[in-house]
Design a protein around this ligand. Structure first.
Ligand code: SIN
Length: 325
């Protein structure tokens, strides 16, 4: 049967999936973001007997939106990427968008897109832990799986797939610096798997409510987005850093609190001074699993269920959609 929406668009942003090392046996020391998205797309058909059955009837289009190591991802690139997603997804003949991205900040980009793209079609991010010219590069298979997932992931949502594992943008975190399955979704677990070109959704995976959407066109120029930092509570956490940040003009602080979002007495005093100075404070947990459960001891707003870096994205979007000054 001919697919109704016939095109899957693949947007390249760089990362290790587009990286090159000095030799096919060097997998850790390499330069990210070297190969174009058209070259990455070509590599997909080379790893199997042609394309997966699920992709028959689809055409593929690619666009290089950025070419960077995702440690250097920035607001301007996010905004541009979101605009390109919106533009492609609004076309009737486009079924889905796939994005290749570095692993290091993928979860932040995935969450950002989930907050600003309101289209009813899916976005699937993928990545790699090994550069493209490594002898056992994982990028081609991951991209193949992302295309397969994009063809069946009907409906809205931002997903990611790597090492055959499907994660939801709300839950996914990079949890390992080197292993191939470097991502985890904590207590929410995997949304599904892609094995041998077959997508299997986990029946236990709880549906994720669509997050509050902010219209991209309502966002101001990314150059004006507020400066928001993440700081961590730890043994003898001091407020000195907070005072330095206030003096330097920080506009928001996310506390990566200990346990259920707790904070040392001194750091709490600093955060109260920051709040008095007009700095927006939010609380998350430095624990990498489980939501913070709000109690009477939380004197700052809690962003339950979001990691500190995703809480930072949420706070920035909150501040730009509801300006505080
Ligand atoms: C990056 O995040 O761009 C480099 C690291 C990676 O993709 O694994």
């Amino acid at each position: 049967m001919q697919a109704k929406n016939q095109k899957i668009v693949v947007l390249g942003t760089g990362g290790t999936i587009a990286g090159e090392s000095s030799s096919a046996s060097e997998g850790l020391s390499y330069k990210a973001a070297q190969r174009g998205i058209d070259v990455l797309l070509q590599s997909v058909a080379e790893i199997g007997q042609g394309l997966p059955e699920a992709l028959s009837g689809y055409q593929f289009e690619s666009e290089q939106v950025a070419q960077l190591d995702s440690k250097d991802m920035d607001f301007a690139t996010w905004y541009h990427l979101a605009q390109r997603c919106e533009a492609w997804l609004s076309q009737d003949d486009v079924a889905a968008v796939v994005i290749t991205h570095g692993t290091d900040t993928l979860e932040e980009t995935a969450y950002f897109l989930s907050r600003v793209i309101a289209n009813e079609k899916p976005i699937v991010l993928t990545c790699a832990m090994r550069p493209a010219n490594f002898k056992d590069a994982d990028g081609p298979q991951n991209l193949r799986d992302a295309l397969t997932l994009a063809s069946v992931a009907k409906g809205a949502g931002v997903w990611m797939v790597a090492a055959g594992e499907i994660h939801h943008s709300q839950h996914v975190q990079k949890v390992h610096p080197t292993r191939l399955n470097a991502f985890d979704s904590g207590e929410a677990g995997l949304a599904g798997t892609v094995i041998q070109d077959q997508v299997t959704w986990r029946s236990e995976f709880a549906p994720v409510a669509q997050p509050n959407k902010i219209k991209l066109s309502h966002l101001p120029d990314p150059a004006s987005w507020p400066w928001v930092e993440v700081i961590m509570n730890h043994v003898q956490a001091s407020s000195k850093l907070v005072d330095l940040l206030i003096n330097a003009g920080v506009r928001g602080i996310v506390l990566a609190g200990t346990g259920n979002g707790s904070v040392s007495t001194d750091l709490k005093e600093g955060l109260l001074r920051a709040q008095d100075a007009g700095v927006q404070i939010r609380v998350a947990s430095r624990c990498n699993q489980g939501p913070v459960i709000v109690t009477a001891s939380h004197i700052f707003p809690v962003l339950s269920g979001l990691s500190p870096v995703k809480s930072r994205v949420a706070l920035i979007l909150d501040m730009v959609s509801k300006p505080t000054d």
